[in-house]
Design a protein around this ligand. Sequence first.
Ligand code: 48F
Length: 264
Amino acid sequence: MKIDEITISRAIIESFTKEFLGALDVDVAIAGAGPSGMTAAYYLAEAGIKTVIFEKNLRVGGGMPGGGMMFNRIVVQEEGKRILDEFDVRTTKYQKGYYVADSLETISSICTKCIKAGAKIFNLISVEDVMIDEADRITGLVLNWTATSMAKLHVDPLAIRAKMVIDATGHETEICRIVVRKIGPKLKTKTGEVMGEKSMLADAGEKALIKNTREVYPGLLVTGMAANAVFGSPRMGAIFGGMLLSGKKAAEVTIGMLKKVRVS
Ligand code: 48F
């Protein structure tokens, strides 16, 4: 067989376009393909929920590949290890309650599981705004190519509809910040604003994270470090069990809320 360059181009364009069209109207749209966002997407997709993630970077994984200060290892506690077992990630017991995993094996396994469960991930696309209805409920995401903003090109975005949106953008808490900037200080936090993460206190941060994984604005949930940042809880560093548990909880809460959402 003689390889034809144009057939390759057509295959890529047609396949991508078909998938992107399928992402225009979904049950759940997630901003950020870090560990919490992809874990949430995995459990949602496993439950048969139509789920899509938009990731602004070229690669997925957020802060996980870098491990702790570029030592590419992560640590999880007992509950986190159980999720890693489910993702077929190998762990080594360091001492009672502490397990070490290779950060690259971990993030690539989560990504593979997530996609194979049926979630779609689009990289190189930034969430630059949210879509709202007349009552200011969030009804979707406004997207543009990351390269467009990097090049400061004046190009209008496209929008996708979602019954629920999850902010999994990590320390930056980008979606919550957009809501405050565009709609006002109306988040379900003490101040209505993004309160900002506190300095490192791993045990308290991991515990708070599960509580903070919830709806922060009508139609918008937070998971992962975004949840601690929005509610003003501490950061945790290179312990990642909380990210996995938060992603799982975000999926469970979202599934419960989807049952109540009236599609307009
Ligand atoms: O930062 P990130 O890994 O968030 P996470 O899932 O995990 C946090 C840990 O990595 C670590 C930690 C452990 O204790 O503290 O930091 O909460 O992943 C967030 C992803 O969101 C992407 C970003 O590129 C990253 O991959 N992201 C951020 N803003 C946007 C976005 C945006 N506006 N649109 C799309 N993706």
